[in-house]
Design a binder for this molecule. Structure first.
Ligand code: S3P
Length: 458
């Protein structure tokens, strides 16, 4: 790959550069990934809620997590960066605790980060202050009614543009909030987390019910900070989470595992490339995040998992493993709405795996992908078709024919980090040269991605 311009990795801001990726003869290497984005966001936010000093090691240093660090500082916590290697950073956060946080002077800029906007709203709903949350052009297109409705029913006042559907979002908090028992309207860890965080400031027990279980980092991390989070399972697969209002969040030291959603790009690269062996160190393999590993394995991927501490999962810490992937013969697969929810951020790169598989792959009920950093159904279909794949979309469903002979061509990330990285990985196997417009978006979650791409092909 050759780079044009220095700002290819500039975080957050829309970029006009083009990345060029040529087909790789072989892929080899050992990689350490950026710290998990979901866990890094939460570690910073929970540090703001906890009185005293918190320490976060191995946090992802992508633009989204930096956004949360700035917001936490704007609310009155002292956030100190202790050092970064370009992709991971350690933080020391000293906070007066939830009751000592102060109303920010200006608008809270959430940049490209839906997680910042939605989780912080849950916190702000229970604080006696007025705040305005805004973001970039992508975030201003993403739905907020899903958090406005539950937080309103708890007694906070929220308003947003376009009849309360789109950011900017104004939150007038209230203490205490009313405890509620509510089902999430869509499977969303962001919505669930916003309600649970508001529940910490409520006058009783708040329960959130999920029809399809989503990532449980909020629940695990609150438990690790001394908050009892109860789990209830019903026979039909529904999960209910309950917190008691008024319980203090404790200050802790958090070691953030490598991001499995970043690992996904290399798992697919290794599986679809004919001469590959890649080792990924210290990857978080939380049961609610590992669906991508299991889906790819059931497609025939040769993924070896070496768990660090193979003890029973205690529902508090995060299980970690090293992963080794080797060239594989993949088969197509049929995925439904529960698979989509479980692998929500990995569907774009799974679509690339489907192009290399024997037989076709169907993905049903992927509508939530239209509400991510871009309309990912449209974006992935356009990019993979440009490379010669056969991709059909029908509403919220996708069908991808396998054994595509991919040829290098121009693609566009639409300023979406996961599309940028998917098309770059496609470039490693497509004949000739693939170009990716607006590749700088990769630094939203994976600063150093293009450096790693260079490293594994060397
Ligand atoms: C996230 C939850 C998911 C995911 C996002 C991070 C989180 O969003 O797409 O990248 O950290 O809770 P939804 O919960 O809205 O699906």
């Amino acid at each position: 790959m050759t780079r044009t311009g220095d700002s290819i990795e500039r975080a957050g801001a829309p970029t006009r550069e083009v990345a060029r990726v040529r087909e790789a003869a072989r892929l080899r290497g050992e990689l350490r990934l950026p710290g998990d984005k979901s866990i890094s966001h939460r570690a910073l936010m929970f540090a703001a809620l906890a009185a005293g000093e918190s320490r976060i090691d191995g946090a992802g240093d992508g633009a989204d997590v930096q956004t949360t660090a700035r917001i936490v500082a704007a609310l009155g916590a002292t956030v100190e960066r202790l050092g970064t290697d370009g992709r991971n950073v350690s933080y020391r956060v000293v906070s007066p605790g939830a009751d000592g946080l102060t109303e920010p002077d200006g608008i809270l800029d959430c940049g490209n980060s839906g997680t910042s906007l939605r989780l912080i709203s849950g916190i702000l709903a229970g604080l006696p202050m007025t705040t305005i949350l805004d973001g970039d052009a992508s975030l201003r297109r993403r739905p907020v009614a899903r958090i406005i409705e539950p937080l309103r029913s708890m007694g906070a006042v929220l308003h947003a543009r376009r009849n309360d559907t789109l950011p900017p979002l104004t939150v007038v908090g209230r203490t205490p909030l009313r405890a509620i028992d509510i089902a999430t309207p869509v499977p969303s860890a962001q919505v669930k987390s916003a309600i649970l965080l508001a529940g910490l400031r409520a006058d009783g027990r708040t329960t959130v019910r999920e029809a399809i279980a989503t990532r449980d980092h909020t629940e695990r991390m609150l438990r690790a900070r001394g908050v009892a989070v109860e789990r209830g399972d019903s026979a039909d697969g529904r999960v209910a989470w309950t917190v008691q209002g008024g319980v203090a969040v404790g200050a802790v030291q958090e070691q953030v595992p490598g991001d499995v959603s970043a690992a996904a790009f290399w798992l697919v690269a290794g599986a679809i490339h004919p001469d590959a062996e890649l080792t990924l160190h210290d990857v978080g393999v939380n049961p609610t995040r590992r669906a991508m590993i299991d889906i790819l394995s059931s497609m025939g991927a040769r993924i070896e998992e070496r768990p660090h501490h193979p003890t029973a999962d205690d529902g508090v810490g995060e299980p970690i493993a090293d992963l080794v992937v080797r060239s594989s013969d993949l088969r197509g697969i049929d995925l439904g709405p529960a698979d989509v929810a479980a692998a929500i951020d990995e569907i774009p790169i799974l679509c690339l795996a489907a192009c290399a598989a024997d037989g076709s792959t169907t993905i049903r009920g992927a509508g939530e992908l239209r509400h991510k950093e871009s309309d990912r159904i449209a974006g992935i279909a356009a990019g993979l078709r440009a490379l010669g794949a056969r991709v059909e979309t029908d509403g919220d469903d996708l069908r991808i024919d396998g054994r595509a002979s991919l040829r290098g061509a121009p693609t566009d990330s639409l300023d979406d980090h996961r599309l940028a990285m998917t098309f770059a990985v496609a470039g490693l196997v497509a004949a000739g040269e693939t170009t990716i417009a607006r590749p700088g978006s990769a630094a939203i979650s994976y600063p150093g991605f293009f450096d790693d791409l260079e490293r594994v092909r060397a």
